[in-house]
Write a protein that binds this ligand. Structure first.
Ligand code: SF4
Length: 437
């Protein structure tokens, strides 16, 4: 059942619904919500997501063609593009997506690298190796360790960093994050964060220290599956997480990144929800550059198995559909995908890519290895050899446990060479603080 009343009666203003289709009313509601500055949670709660998914499942080829021909797409059009029928037009869609991407972004691919600061976490997320109940090898890097890791990435050519950390106020405090950013700021023109959600007031010192981007995956837009996946910790609050990009924008971040984690709920449901979220952010946080990632679940400690499947071909269809829906939004591809698929997706619409990634703190240099430990109920426990299946062995005696296994193990240099071979220019630095004034 579609509940539009929350939007139509905002601020005590009652409006008569336009006597049109459900989807025309949806568009009207969206525009009205924008005028009233309603948060995405209110808009999300009013979305006819089930109808849109059904519309996607049952769309015919003619509906897909008509949607593709439109200069500006609605959510219903997006649902058509990702439909089973749309798969039959993938080549056509791919050509349109490629041409549109080159027209808006040029033939360039922006490079970035994740730098994991800590794998401590207070949350239990069933799909994540860092979950607090997993007896993994943990560490939080010191500032010196962070500098060492960053230097190794700089030597590979990177100038855009994504600082990643689990959510653990004791080990990953706001002051610690600010110090990490301040330490790196002079050498790194692009610093984004993927850390536990905060209040806008807590984000501001991080922006002032030099962070310019904030990435937050909703993981799943399905409230029921979200509740089932997040069994303990502050991350259980779905709405708080959903509003995070808005708080980040209010704090001054000029890049925002969102995505579901494909493999939890039905992929079309997730894609339509993410498209609605992106549409909202483009209307309401319009000074920020938006990116959408296309991340699928990977094997990790805890051995969680994906609940749903999105095939390689469907992932390609999704990339094209996102491009046609959002001509100016950056599309991000990580090392979660195998080299062959990554090479094929790049020309379809991808604008940003990671390479040579490690998902464990200290992964690039072995920094912090002398401090590796277990954490039990927030307390550090010294390692005893054989205490867990992740305890040090001769072959794996150096690093903390990674968040997930990567699939593309090529070095940054190899990926950059491949990008050039495809006719694109790898861009390591695309911004300078001097341009901000
Ligand atoms: S997904 Fe994030 S919050 Fe959840 S356990 Fe992993 S690091 Fe912690």
């Amino acid at each position: 059942m579609v509940n539009l009343s929350a939007i139509f009666f905002q601020g005590g203003v009652a409006l008569r619904l336009p006597p049109q289709s459900k989807f025309a009313r949806l568009d009207f509601a969206r525009r009205f919500a924008t005028l009233c500055f309603v948060s995405f949670v209110a808009e999300f709660n009013s979305l006819p997501l089930e109808s849109l998914v059904k519309r996607s499942q049952s769309a015919g080829i003619q509906a897909v063609r008509e949607s593709m021909a439109k200069p500006k797409l609605s959510l219903a059009d997006f649902a058509h593009l990702i439909s089973p029928a749309g798969a039959g037009l993938l080549e056509h869609m791919g050509r349109r997506s490629q041409a549109m991407t080159q027209q808006r972004f040029g033939k360039v691919i922006r490079m970035f690298a994740p730098l994991y600061l800590s794998n401590e976490c207070v949350n239990n997320c069933k799909y994540c190796g860092f979950s607090r109940d997993n007896p993994i090898l943990r560490v939080t890097l010191s500032l010196e360790d962070v500098k060492r890791e960053a230097q190794a990435l700089k030597e590979q050519g990177f100038r855009n960093l994504l600082l990643v950390a689990g959510e653990h106020p004791k080990f990953v405090s706001n002051d610690y994050l600010r110090d990490c950013i301040a330490t790196l700021h002079a050498d790194w023109p692009g610093i984004s964060l993927e850390v536990g959600p905060m209040e806008a007031a807590d984000y501001r010192p991080l922006v002032e220290a030099g962070a310019d981007g904030l990435v937050v995956y909703q993981e799943t837009y399905d409230r029921k599956i979200y509740a089932d996946m997040h069994t303990a910790g502050p991350k259980r609050n779905f709405d708080w997480r959903l509003e995070t990009p808005e708080r980040a924008y209010a704090a001054g971040f000029r890049r925002l990144g969102i995505s579901p984690l494909y493999g939890l709920a039905d992929w079309r449901f997730e894609a339509i929800s993410a498209a609605a979220h992106a549409d909202y952010l483009l209307r309401n946080c319009w000074k920020a550059a938006l990116t959408i990632s296309t991340v699928r679940l990977r094997p990790c400690a805890g051995e969680f198995q994906p609940l749903t499947h999105i095939s390689d071909r469907e992932l390609a269809q999704l990339v094209c559909a996102l491009r046609l829906m959002f001509p100016d939004v950056g599309l991000v591809l990580s090392t979660r995908e195998l080299p062959k698929l990554r090479d094929g997706l790049i020309p379809l619409g991808i604008t940003m890519i990671s390479a040579g990634s490690h998902t464990e703190p200290g992964g690039y240099t072995g920094a912090g290895k002398e401090k590796i430990h277990h954490t039990e109920r927030g307390r550090i426990v010294e390692l005893a050899s054989g205490a867990s299946e992740w305890a040090p062995t001769k072959e794996n005696a150096t690093n903390a446990t990674g968040q997930f296994q990567i699939a593309d193990e090529r070095s940054a240099g190899e990926v950059a060479a491949l990008i050039r071979k495809l006719g694109y220019e790898p861009v390591w630095k695309d911004w300078d603080a001097a341009l901000t004034a």
